[in-house]
Design a protein around this ligand. Structure first.
Ligand SMILES: Cc1cc2nc3c(=O)[nH]c(=O)nc-3n(C[C@H](O)[C@H](O)[C@H](O)COP(=O)(O)OP(=O)(O)OC[C@H]3O[C@@H](n4cnc5c(N)ncnc54)[C@H](O)[C@@H]3O)c2cc1C
Length: 407
């Protein structure tokens, strides 16, 4: 075995494929089947429009609403505060304009190649039936917010060529004929793609990896130790040795790396979804921005998703946001009852610097990182996989990852 990839979400599976394409013999480890966790529960949008990562809002009135617990986009839990306060303060610092301005071009470079990087895999994995190419609508309820969004979309178009169409109320009603509530208008970003079953897409990529000779083991990775010139991974099923190990454990990365002395300040933005039976689903993923509610048509039903909740990874669910989002979605579209008894919960693995961590570990040779993809890991998995794999096999200099190899 040349390389072991630990974590079989979108990021880990894409990394295994990218290393395999570069001639490596790869073992992929996950405690579940690939694509059953965060990479399953997301909105399924391959977000070609998201050239600017989500910063913490700096407007005083928005911060006040968040602090007062009245915001829909960000909720927080006091008891969980010791786990999130320090990373969130770091996130706030990086959201300040001079710092944020330096992050956006690095982020945009990855986002702008994401659909191309998926396209190759979608074709090779015969997964086109899961993909729609109709864009992503972000809708607004007041003129001032719409005006600000139009200005921002124009700026992103000028700087990065992100295509979008500004819709007034009538244009939006035409673009989404089953929308039941008049809204002020929307931005229709036309370049994003969407997936009707994100977990299944990861699963098809994993099948491609196996068809090409890769090996997947379903086992819990318990520890990682240096051995000889390489690494030994202890799993619930046995041990594996390889010269190179990649950690791609999404939200579980900090706890896995702690015994090796790495303190990873991850902001775990928990999120929820619920599938509703749809009499008529939206034609493309739809976001009611004021209510931080995303409504995404899926094979299983219409998936309704929430904003972020700051809390410990494993703390009990708080259903306030998903109840609100479900109520909003049912008002907007003719949707029926939930098709499952409990909402799904996961966590966006966000880094304070808003860039994923990609590259060699700072303190151990042969240990490589690919985690912290935040709000856009489903989009960026294949792209950061290519970036990391190139550095691992020496096809591009490790120095090219300077902005990403931070821990
Ligand atoms: C509500 C919500 C909506 C989102 N919407 C979008 C979207 O529309 N577009 C987008 O691009 N992104 C979206 N995201 C973000 C995206 O889902 C994540 O960034 C991405 O899935 C992270 O992928 P990953 O492979 O790093 O992590 P994961 O998919 O979580 O994979 C980590 C894997 O590690 C495994 N694992 C954990 N511990 C161990 C262990 N000890 N041993 C073995 N295996 C282990 C888990 O089983 C899991 O399979 C959303 C996220 C949320 C929560």
């Amino acid at each position: 075995m040349d390389s072991i990839v630990i974590g079989g979400g979108m990021v880990g599976v894409a990394t295994a494929l990218a290393l395999q394409e570069r001639g490596r013999n790869v073992l992929l480890l996950d405690r579940r089947r690939p694509g059953q966790e965060t990479s399953y529960g997301n909105a399924g949008i391959i977000q070609a429009e998201a050239v600017a990562p989500y910063a913490i809002p700096l407007a005083f009135d928005r911060l006040l609403r968040i602090a007062a617990g009245r915001a829909h986009d960000v909720a927080w839990n006091l008891r969980g505060m010791p786990s999130w306060l320090a990373p969130v303060l770091g996130y706030f610092w990086h959201s300040l304009p001079p710092n944020y301005r330096r992050i956006v071009p690095e982020y945009a470079r990855m986002i702008l190649r994401a659909t191309d990087d998926h396209a190759r895999l979608i074709t090779a994995a015969s997964a086109d039936d899961l993909i729609a190419r109709r864009g992503f609508i972000q809708a607004y309820r007041d003129a001032a917010s719409l005006e600000a969004a139009v200005a921002e979309a124009d700026a992103e178009n000028r700087a990065f060529g992100v295509p979008s169409i500004a819709l007034d109320a009538a244009g939006l009603a035409k673009a989404e004929p089953t929308l039941r509530v008049p809204m002020t208008g929307a931005i229709h970003f036309t370049s994003p793609w969407s997936c009707r079953d994100p977990g299944e897409l990861v699963s098809r990529y994993a099948r491609l990896f196996i068809e090409r000779g890769g090996c997947i083991e379903t086992a819990n990775a318990q520890s990682l130790a240096r051995s000889g010139g390489g690494w030994t991974v202890q799993t619930s099923a046995g041990t594996h040795d390889a010269p190179d190990v990649v950690v791609a454990l999404g939200p579980w990365t900090p706890q896995f790396l702690a015994p090796l002395g790495y303190r990873i300040p991850m902001v775990l933005k928990r999120g929820y979804h619920l599938h509703l039976a749809g009499e008529a689903e939206p034609l493309q993923p739809f976001m009611d921005v004021a209510n931080a509610t995303v409504i995404s048509p899926m094979n299983r039903g219409v998936r309704v998703l929430t904003g972020a909740e700051l809390n410990r990874l494993d703390a009990n669910s708080n259903l306030r946001q998903i109840r609100h989002a479900t109520m909003v979605a049912k008002t907007l579209f003719p949707l029926g009852e939930a098709v499952e008894s409990q909402p799904w919960r996961g966590a966006r693995p966000c880094m304070p610097e808003m860039l994923p961590v990609i590259g060699p570990a700072s303190r151990h040779q042969g240990l490589w990182f690919n985690f912290g993809h935040g709000h856009q890991g489903f989009t960026l998995g294949p792209t950061t996989a290519q970036m990391l794999a190139d550095a691992m096999v020496g096809a591009s200099p490790v120095a090219a990852l300077a902005a990403f190899a931070r821990y």
